[in-house]
Write a protein that binds this ligand. Structure first.
Ligand code: PGA
Length: 290
């Protein structure tokens, strides 16, 4: 009906919008007996300049109405964070970083500190991505320190875990994931761990076009969930989200977010184009509603 809301004050319209968003979130997120919001993160790795990032973010905003109830974040290269922040101003799309050092300042040539990320509106930080573990030699001790610094500085860590192809063939997947989790979370302030996001990313599935089967992803995510419950208790663990990552696309995201233990995805290749990424987010939303 034309003009139906014409007499509603600006304030009421804002309130109506907020209530609407809240209801959609609750509706979308009711999975496994608890309310959690799906989280889909675009990990751009070493792709896109600041100018390309600004163009992408502006174009992505055209699709934002179709993302309701899904927390969407972009993790561009560090140099593109200011451009992304400016292009996303006033949007619900959030910003993440791909890495961070555990020291807060000092003689660490080429590294970046939490305060430098916070300056550009970064809310999440990916920690322990397999490319950092395997290409840059990052170990669980460094990852544990990074998680601690992120939590202390109010950044929400996305902790990546996952086995290599060889480890999978050797049948040690569970052992590897448990070790990555226990060493990374050892000694962390449990009061702050409520903001943690876990990403199960089997290394053999990253960038290969060979996504894990639903059974494999479910088994690993359930293992992570059980580990977290033992460590943090079922209330805190129940609120944490576990993403699946590794060759996620619009046509397979539905399998993953439909799994009881999975509440989102960490996306590389398919997040680099506005069309493929927006289609993926919308497919995830649709899979959870229906
Ligand atoms: P991919 O990368 O989606 O290209 O497999 C995922 C990741 O590395 O986080």
């Amino acid at each position: 009906m034309a003009g139906k809301y014409a007499s509603v004050s600006g304030e009421s319209r804002v309130l109506t919008g907020k209530v609407d968003r809240l209801l959609t979130r609750l509706l979308l997120a009711y999975k496994g007996g608890i309310f959690v919001e799906l989280i889909i993160a675009a990990n751009w790795k070493m792709h896109k300049t600041a100018a390309e990032t600004a163009g992408f973010c502006r174009a992505l905003r055209q699709f934002e109405a179709g993302f309701k109830g899904v927390e969407v974040l972009i993790c561009p290269p560090f140099t593109a964070l200011p451009a992304a922040e400016a292009a996303l101003a006033g949007s619900e799309i959030k910003l993440g970083a791909q890495n961070m050092h555990w020291e807060t300042r000092g003689a660490q040539t080429g590294e970046i500190a939490a305060s430098m990320l916070l300056e550009f509106g970064v809310e999440y930080v990916i920690i322990g991505h397999s490319e950092r573990r395997h290409l840059m030699g990052e170990d669980n001790t460094q990852i544990q320190r990074k998680i601690g610094t992120a939590l202390q500085n109010g950044l929400k860590p996305i902790l990546c875990v996952g086995e290599t192809e060889t480890e999978r063939e050797q049948g040690v997947t569970e052992k590897v994931i448990k070790k990555q989790l226990s060493e990374a979370l050892d000694g962390q302030d449990s009061q702050k761990l409520g903001s943690l996001v876990l990403a199960y990313e089997p290394v053999w599935a990253i960038g290969t076009g060979k996504a894990a089967s639903a059974e494999d992803a479910d088994r690993a995510a359930a293992l992570i969930r059980n580990f977290l419950e033992d460590k943090l208790g079922s209330k805190t663990a129940g609120e944490l989200r576990i993403q699946y990552g590794g060759s996620v696309k619009a046509d397979n995201i539905g399998f993953f977010v439909g799994l009881p233990s999975v509440q989102g995805a960490l996306v590389g290749g398919a997040s680099l184009e506005v069309d493929s990424f927006s289609a993926l987010v919308q497919a995830a939303r649709k899979a959870v509603i229906s």
